[in-house]
Design a protein around this ligand. Sequence first.
Ligand code: PMP
Length: 462
Amino acid sequence: MATVARLNSDTARWREMDRLHQLHPYTEFKSYAREGGRIITKADGVWLWDSEGEQILDGMAGLWCVNIGYGRDELAEAAYAQMKELPYYNTFFKTATPPSAELAQILSEVTPKGFEHVFFCNSGSEANDTVVKIVRYYWNLMKKPEKKTIISRNYAYHGVTLAAASLSGLSDMHGQFDLPLDKGFSHIDGPYWYRHGGDLSPDEYGVKVARKLEERINELGPDKVAAFIAEPINGAGGIMVPPESYFPEIKRICKAYDLLLIVDEVICGFGRTGQWFGSDTFDIEPDLMSIAKGLSSGYLPISGVMVGERVAKALLASDEEFVHGFTYSAHPVACAVAIANLNIMRDEKIVERCGAETAPYFQSKFRELLDHPLVGEVRGRGMLAAVEMVQDKARRAHFPNEGETGKLCRSYCTENGLIMRATRDSMLCSPALVISKEEIDELIRRFTVALDQTAKDRGVTT
Ligand code: PMP
């Protein structure tokens, strides 16, 4: 503490307190403790400012979550009013609060047909852990207790708690923690046409890769498999957009083998695909849906599991207590903020306007980057875009040390005042849905500079 007190600029003090005492998510502790990080102090629209006053374009809407953009007073006012009236009460033991009831009603209106019930949690991970429990409970209620395994996909990101990380298919999430858990998790390939499609057309490949589900069900035994879970568009794994043929085949297989179909809408939900839900975009008709991020545009933590008719019917027919719930399930302040967020989305037609105007513009601008010598593929939908960087476009050849080029490009983005994410050598972008066309132009301008700098360092001629 003594050192910190002697530092005279705010930045230096915050950096020192942070460096010495805070352990950060997804961060190398050793180098961070030595070097520290940057301090973000305020935000408005799609812009962030750091403690030195530098203005940064947030191409990731935080962590894919600030769908309506930063700085909306209505959400701050909703939180303040709710904190004064009832700052906390829980929803255990036959109790509700006005905001929890109202938010549940609104969700039944904005989510796809057939979703009349929600169970509230606080994060995407908690929502997916809750999904795992609901799936197990459902098949126990249906007197098929042997139906337990949930099949998920390689490259999937479903969260970091033990069950959600077990569902996830990014292998580096498993090694440090002896995951996946021993029982009930199985992974198959998901669609990644650019890398694995070979000579097949996207649609031929979509069917082929969907049939991996059928193969795995038959390997495990259909009577052992409980459910299949997927993000509509895989997010953190690299924004892999499924071919149109993929989900129809997945739906057929889930029906044929009596699997629950679960969609993780944590990123795709609330407008990210240019429609309200990824399940609308791909006509998935799932049985369960996890939601988070855009539900409150990240202003406060809140998530939920939307429970469709089939599962709700079984749950509602049971006389026993559901032995699950979080202290902060349906926190009244988080619910009030989510209501204000969804009201803004509906009143200002943010999703519809984004889907009709901004998203097509965003996609077309990103597609223009295909001319860049470093860019092998541009993929995306709605306000999600990925740029995959390769060493040799003609041969689709990747750089030998995968991930290094992504990290390099990400640092150049940061130097140029732009936040993008890197997954392997793909650069990911997911800005607020309210980004303007001028701001998209500025984003592309900064990103192109970063791509040029990366290409130069990697010896790819521009
Ligand atoms: N599902 C998906 C698709 C996600 O992208 C994430 C987080 N990025 C999660 C679940 C986990 O959410 P959280 O970090 O809120 O636990």
